[in-house]
Design a protein around this ligand. Sequence first.
Ligand code: CMP
Length: 137
Amino acid sequence: MTERTLVLIKPDGVARAVVGEIISRIERKGLSLVALQLTTVSDEVARGHYAEHAEKPFFPSLLEFITSGPLVAAVVEGPRAIAAFRQLAGGTDPVEKAVPGTIRGDFALETQNNLVHGSDSPESAEREIALWFPGLS
Ligand code: CMP
């Protein structure tokens, strides 16, 4: 079944100039870009995006990081797009969980600065797409 997921290439990905590499991996997998935007996210949208982590000890640092510079937000579509992108991304911890061959496994070292975000469920995808791309139908 075709579904949509919200992908972020976080500020570390833009700063390290791996945006093209990451988008290329998404396209090579067979997923399609539906929307794509380079933007510096407001504190308000960042808090909304990461609301489920508001009580975590790393939340202030995560907010500072995600608002620190331009990032790429994208809506990605395809069969099982949510799971497919999470497979491409690899586990949250780029060293302990993400294996080589994945985006985080190949290019990241830190759990916070882990290059990409992908929605983790259809409910999260719907909420995140509405937050980042309110005009998208
Ligand atoms: P993401 O997939 O965007 O979802 C939540 C983000 O919080 C995660 O990627 C990391 O950037 C960050 N994160 C998760 N766990 C930790 C942690 N233990 N320490 C620091 N940052 C974390």
